[in-house]
Design a protein around this ligand. Structure first.
Ligand SMILES: Cc1ncc(C[n+]2csc(CCOP(=O)(O)OP(=O)(O)O)c2C)c(N)n1
Ligand SMILES: [Mg+2]
Length: 406
């Protein structure tokens, strides 16, 4: 790109497509970095999992839960329910019930696998797309929709489930996660009867370019903070491909900070769960931070305000379709005789009932009254806020309510 002129939007799109193509040609799109996998896209399950991590062979097999049929079915159930929730939420947005929706389709395994690896005392710091992690933490799904309907500033109480509030400022939550981890580390040292705990910072491939991620990783390494950085590389930051964000696989960046980095198949729920369990235990037991790059694909739009046909190739979408995280687990469950038609039919019914309940909740949500919104700015009444409230009430009173005067 010439430095002598500012790029036009058209120029930027062409540049991005060229960069992606060049990365493809150079084999950088999927370079020789090892990607950990247990369940293949064909639904074939490997018996064990081990790999070189930061120069040491790590056996992840003790963290695999794949020999437990009920557990595998429950992982599938969580993925199916959250996909159904995603579909219903998209429909609700299209019908004008939500201001915006952020779909997660394609990322169910990355989210359910990592969420199920957490212990109750751990703390999760999400972006705006972690609906699957919310499900695993027991957050009421309709609470998420209160946020997207715009009738709450937060949606849920983070202290109840150790699932913090959605953060739209890219990567800001990684600083919160590290700070929280450092606090938990000190609390535990002061009171060894407290359980060892870790935090997990979710972020995307695009957010990995933010300064906050660098600062978080430096702090985490310096203070050996019990934190797991969990990057869902879904290949896109809105319209910018991940190949433009980084010249090396994101997992490899951990080396520069001096802690382990692992790339896992983000569409393989079994591997994601095992690797995240290992990483959390590593962090909790005082071994320090870990970076996990869950290599996945955003099968849908960035948000309901986005149209991916404007910037990405249908070729890529078709390439990722057979790697769908739900299909591969269904294939395995059926072929191993661990789930039959009745299981999948019951699950579909459960999904429909959940969707109906969520829809009813959204249709009956009401906005909080004006005073309470101003009252929650500070813990104590504040003269400036009171002044602003009075101004706003006067302003609102200036509108004629057509209903009343018709
Ligand atoms: C600090 C900051 N810069 C820019 C944005 C606008 N923005 C919102 S989402 C997004 C793309 C993020 O991509 P990625 O981190 O890969 O996460 P994904 O949306 O793919 O899950 C951008 C640029 C923002 N929210 N915050
Ligand atoms: Mg992304």
């Amino acid at each position: 790109m010439s430095g002598s002129r500012l790029p036009t939007a058209q120029f930027e799109v062409a540049e991005v497509v060229r960069a992606a193509q060049a990365a493809d040609d150079a084999g950088r799109r999927d370079p020789g970095v090892e990607m950990l996998q247990v369940l293949s896209p064909d639904g074939i399950l490997a018996g064990g999992l081990s790999a070189q991590v930061a120069g040491v062979v790590v056996d992840f097999s003790p963290y695999l839960t794949s020999s437990d049929a009920a557990h595998l079915r429950s992982l599938y159930r969580d993925m199916a329910l959250i996909r159904r929730f995603d579909q219903e939420s998209t429909a609700l947005q299209r019908q004008g019930q939500l201001a915006l929706w952020v779909p997660l389709t394609g990322q169910e395994a990355a989210q359910i696998g990592s969420g199920r690896a957490l212990e109750p005392q751990d703390h999760a710091f999400p972006t705006y797309r972690e609906h699957g992690v919310a499900l695993t933490r027991g957050v009421e799904l309709s609470e998420i929709l209160r946020l997207f309907k715009g009738v709450t500033n937060g949606g849920w109480d983070p202290r109840k489930r150790n699932f913090h509030l959605y953060t739209l400022v890219l990567a800001a939550q990684s600083l919160h996660a590290v700070g929280y981890a450092m606090g938990m580390q000190r609390d535990q040292l002061a009171d060894p009867s407290l359980p060892q705990a870790a935090s997990i910072a979710y972020f995307g491939d695009g957010a990995s370019s933010e300064g906050d991620i660098h600062e978080s990783m430096v702090f985490a390494a310096s203070f050996n903070a019990p934190v797991v950085f969990f990057c869902q590389n879904n290949q896109w930051a809105i319209s910018v491909p991940s190949t433009v964000q980084t010249r090396v696989p994101i997992a490899q960046r951990a080396q520069g900070y001096g802690f382990p980095g692992i790339r896992v198949d983000g569409n393989d729920v079994v591997a994601v769960e095992a690797v995240t369990r290992w990483a959390l235990e590593h962090a909790r037991s005082g071994e320090g931070p870990v970076l996990i790059e869950a290599y996945t694909y955003r099968m849908s739009a960035h948000t309901t305000a986005d149209d991916p046909t404007k910037y990405r190739l249908s070729r890529d979408e078709q390439e990722w379709q057979p790697r769908d995280p739900l299909i591969r687990l269904e294939t395995y469950l059926r072929s191993a005789g661990l789930a039959d038609d009745a299981f999948f039919e019951e699950l579909a019914t459960e999904g429909r009932e959940m969707a109906t309940a969520v829809r009813e909740a959204v249709l009956t949500m009401t906005a909080p009254d004006l005073e309470s919104r101003f009252a929650s700015v500070y813990a104590e009444p504040h003269p400036l806020v009171l002044e602003e409230l009075a101004f706003f009430q006067q302003y609102e009173a200036g509108f004629v309510d057509e209903g009343k005067h018709a």
